[in-house]
Design a protein around this ligand. Structure first.
Ligand code: AMP
Length: 122
């Protein structure tokens, strides 16, 4: 599927929609989720036009891939969840319940997060 340049994170990257930035570098932007599911809920996204991890993992440069992983680590440190711990989630595609078709890593923490998965009916 082709990348949709009108998705909301593409608009954030173009500065058309505001965001609450936590961290930014050449390849990565991290910002607070607008609907936080935990005391810490930050989204880490690549700046390139990658819809999901499958595309990013095959088409992004090694530098971009490394920067995303490093961005997650930097966010965990900046948000002070590195030591008590945190969870990263990336929803991909329809079964993954991905709402925004631009790759994003959720960084969640600030409390005990409970079990990892729930069934859709729960
Ligand atoms: P996903 O369901 O994994 O695609 O997650 C999309 C996430 O983007 C959700 O957690 C939303 O709350 C979040 N979100 C949507 N619009 C914005 C926005 N303008 N700024 C920050 N987070 C957003």
């Amino acid at each position: 599927m082709a990348y949709d340049p009108e998705n909301i994170f593409a608009k954030i990257l173009r500065g058309e929609i505001p965001n609450n930035t936590v961290y930014e570098d050449e390849h990565v932007l991290a910002f607070h989720d607008i609907n936080p599911q935990a005391p810490v809920h930050v989204l880490v996204i690549p700046k390139g036009p990658y819809e999901n991890m499958a595309v990013f993992g095959t088409e992004a440069s090694a530098e971009e891939q490394a920067a995303l992983v490093q961005g997650v680590a930097k966010v965990a440190r900046l948000m002070e969840v590195e030591d008590p711990g945190f969870r990263i989630i990336s929803n991909n595609g329809p079964d993954g319940i991905q709402e925004v078709p631009h790759l994003h890593i959720h960084v969640l923490g600030g409390r005990r997060l409970g079990g990892m998965l729930r069934r859709p009916s729960e």
